[in-house]
Design a protein around this ligand. Structure first.
Ligand SMILES: NC(=O)c1ccc[n+]([C@@H]2O[C@H](COP(=O)([O-])OP(=O)(O)OC[C@H]3O[C@@H](n4cnc5c(N)ncnc54)[C@H](OP(=O)(O)O)[C@@H]3O)[C@@H](O)[C@H]2O)c1
Length: 209
């Protein structure tokens, strides 16, 4: 059975984006630093066709596995609006992507296998469509915080990974602000650490009272 998972980068002080984020400032002030480790990996460079080179160690294997398992993604409109301006023409998904939004819009097909579908009838509908599109592969809830929060609250996430970057952002978008802390519990299942980044993978479940 395919899984529903979250995999986010986060700063040491707990922000998934810095302050003042928006379409002209993706990930907010300093926020790109969260993903600096990833931009250095061979698998990421290949995926975005950035040319040869890149690291090939444990962090690279982490990125390879992430791309390999993802059959479809779900995004919120704020994340999409940032990427719409900054992703290359061959957007970095290469799968169907379902964007939660109130905006009614026809699908947007990009070169290289990414098509964005705009979903107006809620998180369950987006997940149903994403599961169908993903087939045997997993569905990634890509972000941002308000999108991930709704899926966590609804008990629809099987696994959550945070890649903790050793930087401080001082403000911005927090992941768990909108989450009902009584609705979810986490069991640590894997830790992979390098000087650049610490990957923490948790199984997500309902708390036992
Ligand atoms: N560090 C990381 O790994 C990472 C990953 C992803 C994103 N991010 C960052 O996260 C930030 C965005 O997060 P965010 O929490 O502000 O926003 P978000 O979750 O990306 O988008 C929220 C918006 O999506 C639409 N939406 C969400 N749920 C909906 C629903 N059930 N029905 C209809 N529309 C719905 C609404 O937009 P409309 O009402 O306008 O349609 C809502 O305002 C960005 O700065 C991005 O860079 C970071």
């Amino acid at each position: 059975m395919s899984k529903v998972f979250v995999d986010l980068g986060i700063s040491l002080d707990g922000f998934i984006a810095g302050p003042n984020g928006g379409p002209t400032n993706p990930l907010g002030d300093g926020g790109l630093g969260i993903h600096a480790w990833m931009f250095a990996q061979q698998a990421f460079r290949d995926h975005l066709q950035l040319g040869p080179g890149g690291e090939t160690g444990a962090d690279n294997r982490y990125v390879e596995a992430l791309f390999a398992r993802t059959g479809a993604s779900i995004l919120g409109k704020r994340m999409f609006e940032e990427g719409e301006r900054s992703w290359p023409e061959e957007a970095p998904f290469r799968t169907p992507v379902f964007v939660l939004t109130r905006e009614v819009r026809t699908p947007w097909e990009r070169k290289g296998g990414t098509t964005f579908f705009f979903v107006n009838d809620g998180i369950q509908s987006a997940l149903r469509q994403a599961r169908h599109a993903a087939g045997a592969r997993d569905v990634r809830i890509s972000g941002g915080a308000r999108t991930v929060g709704q899926y966590l609250d609804a008990g629809l996430v099987d696994e959550l990974s945070q890649s903790v970057a050793p930087i401080l952002l001082g403000g911005g978008v927090r992941l768990f602000d909108a989450v009902d802390h009584r609705a979810v519990a986490f069991d640590l299942v894997e830790t992979i650490a390098s000087p650049a980044i610490t990957h923490l993978r948790y199984a997500v479940r309902r708390p036992t009272s």
